[in-house]
Write a protein that binds this ligand. Structure first.
Ligand code: SF4
Length: 417
């Protein structure tokens, strides 16, 4: 198979890769890339360094494992191929020369033992850093069970490493991925986390960055398949909280389960994409807004309500804390009001020193989404609105939620997260 053919096979695995609510596929330059074939490009924010457009490449779609939910599982009939480190680097260098990307994301199936696969990833990184003198952003998916020395080398050369946990615990993962060793995966994760923590500490202590990797380490990510196991949202959020506390984690990825044709789970119902979206919203409340786990509201089954966003659900569940007085409430309290984000909360605190807010119009002017916030606010002791706009705030009601649109898929979500 020539390089163009290999790329067509590997990139086809990204055909349905998209996060959150359905949106158009992200494959770009499908007709313009000539010998490069269709490329999977994605713009991402890099902490402290603006953004980068990543070329996202699957090194091989061959795999020795037989995970029940995965399109690349061993027993599934499909064309298999792999890129050599040289080929992968050549594709990236050419795409970069055309101005299509300035960073790289590499993931891979695991054909055979983890060690040789990790060696290939290291070879890619060494070619990029030492031969091509590429100093930009590289994200590598770690192989569970790689040697400690291999993990150290990958963490040292990449900017971000990630690992697929798939489930929040080994007991629920085992029935759908019987050959996976959850403890081995978490041991690899823990090793990488400790290296990330160490590098950050060294940077804080003034150790200069590596000239070949000036951006340094960008923190890890982990990935979960949501809905493939019986784990509820509370368990996912709890697991992520545990990883944040351990350190080294930048953020998690949640991939709503979709049934893949010709797999043992092909007849299992798809997980609503909205559930994935709600988990991302909660993660942002914790990571960006400083919410405590105890502030998150779940239904009787321990899942986030689909019919309203988690911030609204949290506010409604803690009714005694509202309404919040705009003229006096501290920043952290304002931030708990639906329709007020960090920028607007900061503006309110800064402007009320010299300005007296008198009406919803005044609040709208400084960025408050009054249709969402009014029911949770008071101004000079006067409640701004009696109705809390809970039902109007949701984009979907449970009856029409997006899972209904999911059919059976040939490709997995989350291949490139
Ligand atoms: S989930 Fe990973 S290990 Fe399991 S079959 Fe798919 S590629 Fe292989």
């Amino acid at each position: 198979m020539d390089l163009k053919g290999k790329l067509a096979v590997l990139m086809s695995c990204a055909g349905d890769d998209r996060e959150g609510v359905p949106s158009p596929p992200r494959l770009r330059n499908a007709n313009a890339s000539g010998a490069l074939g269709p490329l999977n490009l994605r713009k991402v924010r890099i902490p402290g360094r603006g953004s980068a457009t990543l070329l996202r490449v699957l090194m091989t779609n061959a795999c020795s494992f037989n995970c029940h939910y995965c399109p690349m599982r061993r027993d599934r009939e499909m064309p298999r191929t792999l890129l050599t480190p040289e080929e992968l680097v050549r594709i990236f260098v050419q795409a970069r020369a055309r101005g299509w990307c300035d960073g790289l994301f590499i993931t891979t199936g695991i054909p055979g033992r983890p060690g040789p696969v990790a060696d290939k990833l290291i070879a890619v990184l060494e070619l990029l850093r030492f031969r091509e003198r590429f100093t930009g952003y590289v994200h590598v998916k770690l192989i569970p069970g790689a040697d400690t020395a291999q993990i150290e080398r990958i963490v040292k050369l990449a900017n971000r490493v990630s690992i697929n946990l798939e489930a929040p615990c080994g007991a629920t993962l085992a029935p759908i991925a019987p050959e996976k060793d959850y403890d081995l995966t978490t041991a690899s994760l823990a090793r990488a986390q400790s290296l990330v923590r160490l590098e950050r500490a060294e940077r804080r202590d003034g150790k200069p960055g590596d000239a070949l990797r000036p951006g340094g380490v960008a923190g890890m990510t982990v990935q979960f398949v949501v809905g493939a196991t019986p784990d509820n949202d509370r368990t996912f959020v709890g697991k992520v909280g545990e990883l944040y506390r351990t350190g080294g984690l930048h953020h998690p990825h949640f991939s709503a389960f979709r049934p893949i044709l010709d797999t043992p789970m092909e007849s299992v119902e798809a997980t609503p994409a909205l559930r994935e979206h709600r988990l991302y919203q909660v993660d942002w409340l914790v990571r960006g807004y400083g919410f405590d786990a105890s502030e998150i509201s779940y239904d009787a089954k321990g899942n986030l309500p689909l019919s309203m966003d988690p911030k609204t659900a949290s506010a409604l569940a803690q009714g005694a804390k509202f309404p919040v007085e705009v003229r006096t409430a501290p920043y952290e309290v304002l931030l708990r009001v639906p329709g007020i984000g960090p920028v607007t909360a900061r503006r309110i605190v800064a402007e009320r020193v010299t300005t007296t807010f008198r009406s919803l119009a005044d609040l709208r002017k400084i960025g408050v989404i009054v249709a969402r916030a009014a029911g949770f606010l008071s101004l000079g002791g006067r409640r701004l609105q009696d109705v809390r706009w809970a039902s109007q705030m949701s984009l979907w009601s449970e009856g029409e939620e997006v899972g209904a649109r999911h059919h059976m898929y040939a490709f997995s979500p989350g291949t490139f997260r």
